[in-house]
Every structure is written in structure tokens, then in C-alpha cells.
Design a binder for this molecule. Structure first.
Ligand SMILES: Nc1ncnc2c1ncn2[C@@H]1O[C@H](COP(=O)(O)OP(=O)(O)OP(=O)(O)O)[C@@H](O)[C@H]1O
Length: 276
């Protein structure tokens, strides 16, 4: 299954949030959407999940306009984890994760062994099995995020959209979740996440979509998209780079003078910068 979006534009409160964005998510891909605060990343993901409609542009799921998919078909096809997902009810963790199976069986359908297996696998993937009996509204921020990711994984959808799934996690769990999502893509799902950590995007993702001010600045392999010039343009930062065991790493290091700074090369000593 694949998603194809063309010419997405969105305006809210007189503010142009997205401006002619083209993006695709194909089966087997692990894609990061990156960009500065307010770039439009969450808004883009919500459009792709079918939770809001663009003012202009089209989104198709395997060629079918997203708006024409019956809601349950859409919910089975596209799992979505929102950025500020909250848990308002005193439900148990395993009950929360089980909600991910509702699109497959309907509210009145009995849970099957396949449902139980999907729930157990999702909890294992997110290391939340030990939390199963806890009340979800007593969890820490990182625990809650992992439980809600488990709910999204339990859907077993061919497309998974997750908005900052690792932002609240400690380094161990960040690496674990990124490896889990990469494995989910390797098994055939299309996985798209919003991410601020450029190191994780560089190391784990097949493709990076760089948004800034509602426009897509670049879309391609991490090493091509996250070059010095684009990082300066989008974020006004300078980065350190290296590789370990053949895997590249990248570390934001210095702020540059904001807006429109275009670097000429790493040996340019005259660049405007601050130290941290
Ligand atoms: N309903 C709204 N009315 C007015 N402006 C809005 C509305 N919703 C979002 N925006 C603005 O649209 C822009 C994009 O918001 P969005 O949440 O998509 O950004 P983001 O790239 O996900 O940011 P962050 O990295 O901070 O999470 C922001 O400037 C935000 O303030």
C-alpha cells in the first residue's frame, strides 16, 4: 500500500501552514519528516492520516482519494500516533493497546487469538509488556508514549504515521523504538514519523522530507537532504559529522546567524556563528 500526496496546501487562522507540498510514502520505506518548529510537520501528518482536509491538493491511498475510503478501511490501512496523545481515562495499559484492534474487529466483535497476538507483539516491540496491568493515567510521559505507540502498532496497518514517537523517550528507548520502526518497514509497512533528532533520522531512515515554512525544501536519502547548506537554511545550525561502523552520524553543534545563511563550505572560517 502507498500514500501519494500532491500540492497540499492548508491555511488556518489566516496563516499559510502548508504550501504546495508533494510527498509519498511507499511500502517498505521508513521516512522521517523533519524541519523547524512550526514548519508544518504535524499538520502534514494529520492530512495524510485523513484527520483534516487540505484546502488544495490531493491525497490518494493506492490511487483511491483518501476522502473516499470508508472510515474503517482508512483506520485499518493507516495507523496514526498524534504528537500530544493523551490518556484521559483510567484504563489499563493492555486495554489501551487493545483499542488498536478495533478497526479490525469492530466495536462489538469478539477479540480473536490474532488480536491477542497482535497486542502482545506490539507491547513487546515497545517494551511495555511489564506495564500491562498499570493504569495508563499513572504512567510517565515516556511510558505513555510507548504505550500509545504500541496501540498504533497493534493496528497492524500497512501504513504507520507517528508524530514525534521518540521525543519523550530516553536514549535506550529511542534507539529501541527507531530499530523497531525500521524493522516494521523492513517487513513491508510504510512508516513515516516526525522527528527532531537529525542523528536518528540520518542513521535509521531511508528517506528524509525536510519542511520549512510549509514548503518541502528537499526529499531524499538523509545524506543528500541533510547537507550543510540545507541545515543552515532550514535551522540556522552548523553540524558535526562522522561515521561509526559504516553508519553516518550527525550532531547539531553551533547556531548560525538566523535566516538565509548559506554556507560555502566547512572550512569557511568567516561564517557568522555562535558557540552553542
Ligand atoms: N488552527 C490553527 N490556527 C492558526 N495557526 C495554526 C493552527 N494550527 C497550526 N497552526 C500553525 O501552523 C504552523 C505549523 O504547525 P505544526 O504543528 O504543523 O508545526 P510543526 O512543524 O509540527 O511544529 P513543531 O516542531 O513545533 O511540533 C505553526 O506555526 C502553528 O502555530
Amino acid at each position: 500500500m502507498r500514500l501519494d500526496a500532491r500540492g497540499l496546501s492548508l491555511t488556518r487562522g489566516g496563516h499559510r501552514i502548508l504550501d504546495g507540498v508533494d510527498v509519498a510514502l511507499r511500502a517498505g520505506e521508513f521516512v522521517a519528516v523533519v524541519g523547524p518548529n512550526g514548519a508544518g510537520k504535524s499538520s502534514l501528518l494529520r492530512l495524510l492520516a485523513g484527520l483534516a482536509r487540505p484546502d488544495a491538493g490531493e491525497i490518494a491511498c493506492d490511487g483511491v482519494p483518501l476522502g473516499k475510503l470508508p472510515p474503517r478501511t482508512r483506520a485499518r490501512s493507516i495507523a496514526y500516533l498524534e504528537q500530544r496523545a493523551a490518556v484521559h481515562w483510567p484504563m489499563r495499559v493492555d486495554e489501551i493497546v487493545a483499542l488498536g484492534r478495533l478497526p479490525s474487529r469492530g466495536p462489538l466483535g469478539a477479540a480473536t487469538s490474532a488480536d491477542a497476538a497482535a497486542i502482545a507483539a506490539a507491547m513487546e516491540m515497545t517494551t511495555t509488556t511489564a506495564l500491562a496491568g498499570r493504569r495508563a493515567d499513572t504512567l510517565s510521559g515516556g511510558e505513555r508514549m510507548r504505550v500509545l505507540l504500541a496501540r498504533a502498532l497493534a493496528v497492524g496497518a500497512p501504513l504507520l504515521l507517528a508524530d514525534e514517537p521518540v521525543a519523550a523517550l530516553d536514549p535506550h528507548h529511542q534507539l529501541h523504538v527507531m530499530a523497531t520502526l525500521r524493522e516494521t518497514a523492513r517487513r513491508g509497512a510504510g512508516v513515516m514519523i516526525v522527528l527532531h533528532d537529525l542523528a536518528l533520522a540520518t542513521r535509521f531512515c531511508d528517506r528524509v522530507v525536510l519542511l520549512a515554512a510549509g514548503r518541502c525544501l528537499a526529499d531524499g536519502p538523509p545524506a543528500e537532504v541533510l547537507d550543510d547548506r540545507r541545515l543552515a537554511e532550514a535551522y540556522a545550525v552548523d553540524v558535526l559529522r562522522g561515521s561509526e561502523g559504516g553508519e553516518p552520524w550527525i550532531l547539531p553543534w553551533r547556531r548560525l546567524a538566523p535566516a538565509g545563511v548559506v554556507r560555502t563550505g566547512r572550512d569557511d572560517q568567516s561564517k557568522p556563528e555562535e558557540t552553542r
